[in-house]
Design a protein around this ligand. Structure first.
Ligand code: NDP
Length: 337
């Protein structure tokens, strides 16, 4: 077996030394257990939080423990009545090639999934996050303006495309011209602004001539600063993630803008609501799967993956994702289907 364990906790951006590759024998399943071989490993921004022992909504990964992560696996051997060799399952094996499981939490994947790895993206947790955050908290109405950053990632791309289905003007924010072109030409956004541009805030304001009704918050930082003056009365802000700050070691330098923020929320009578997908919406997964399955099949929602070959490349790929080096949903092909 091969696995990446957490060797040390990062201070600031994670580095290669925070991870350690371990190898040993492939384990054998006992009674009531299955041996899983990982096909696909999902890398997601929340894993940065699990590397830290700061208080959060989920416990940290212990030092020396396998890095957590959602996986699509094949059952190699089974002594469990509900699973047979060859079954494909969605699970949580983490950053390793083999895992022994007692079957709890495993979800069998049938042939309705067009690509197995999509169960980790648009048809899985990130797609579900986009769907619930936008529809339940953002409540989009026809003709409204929706802004979303990390616009070509699995959450942002899905948010923007659902926004188009609901009749919104959708303005994306992404890192670089190529990602912005993709958001407009392939995903169908009305505009997409490069957050690295010097006049980013001016460009964003120009792309939102009627103000902003929904800001789906994925990144925080200077993107939020640029959106803040544009909010309309009754604007909604689903607070999904703040990836621009995940590697921060301190609060940003002043001036203190808390009173500006709270004053805007008050005067514009805004709704700002955080959510954690599994905790808040786990009970609505069936509705999501049904609707998203239809949209994906009808190509109303398009999906882009960035595949990295080989478990050995997981740490570098993860570190790069936090800097925006990925272009689409990050998955690692751990072994052949
Ligand atoms: P992505 O694949 O979109 O990866 C993160 C992206 O964030 C990068 O590609 C980069 O895109 C962008 N980014 C990084 N740093 C900055 C920065 N300083 N300024 C602006 N953009 C930056 O990730 P996901 O789609 O998986 O996740 C998107 C967000 O949703 C994250 O914040 C994540 O934590 C959150 N999330 C929350 C969940 C919940 O339950 N609340 C569940 C799942 C995800 P670019 O190059 O375009 O800037």
């Amino acid at each position: 077996n091969r696995r990446w364990v957490l060797a040390s906790r990062p201070h600031g951006a994670p580095v290669a030394d925070n991870f350690r590759l371990e190898e040993d024998q492939v384990p054998a399943p006992g009674e009531g257990q299955v041996l899983l071989r990982t096909l696909w490993l999902s890398l997601d921004p929340y894993m940065r939080g699990r590397m830290s022992d700061q208080p959060s909504y989920a416990p940290p990964v212990d030092i020396g423990a396998v890095m957590v992560g959602a996986t699509v696996s094949v059952v190699e051997q089974s002594s469990h009545p509900d699973f047979s060799p060859g079954d494909r399952v969605l699970g949580y094996s983490g950053w390793q090639k083999y895992e022994i499981s007692d079957g709890k939490g495993l979800v069998k994947l049938d042939d309705s999934v067009p690509h197995l790895s999509w169960a980790l993206g648009v048809l899985g947790m990130p797609g579900f996050t986009a769907y619930m955050g936008l529809l339940d908290i953002g409540r989009p109405k026809e003709g409204e303006t929706l802004v979303v950053a990390a616009a070509t990632g699995p959450v942002g791309a899905t948010v923007g495309q659902i926004g188009k289905i609901k009749g919104c003007r959708v303005v994306g924010v992404a890192g670089g011209a190529e990602k912005c072109r993709h958001a407009v030409d392939v995903l169908g956004f009305d505009a997409c602004i490069d957050h690295r541009a010097e006049d980013f805030a001016d460009q964003l304001a120009a792309a939102c001539p009627d103000g902003v009704d929904i800001y789906y918050e994925n990144v925080g930082g200077k993107v939020f600063d640029a959106v803040l003056p544009l909010f309309n009365t009754s604007a909604r802000v689903p607070v999904c993630g703040l990836v621009s700050g995940y590697n921060a070691t301190d609060l940003p330098e002043g001036p203190d803008r808390l009173s500006l923020l709270m004053g805007t929320i008050l005067k514009k009578r805004m709704r700002v609501q955080g959510f954690i997908i599994a905790q808040d919406y786990g009970h609505r997964i069936d509705e999501f799967q049904q609707q998203m399955g239809e949209w994906v099949k009808a190509e109303k929602i398009r999906y882009r993956e960035e595949v990295t070959e080989g478990l050995e490349n997981a740490p570098q790929t993860f570190i790069g994702m936090l800097e925006g080096k990925n272009f689409g949903k990050v998955v690692i092909r751990v072994s052949a289907e």
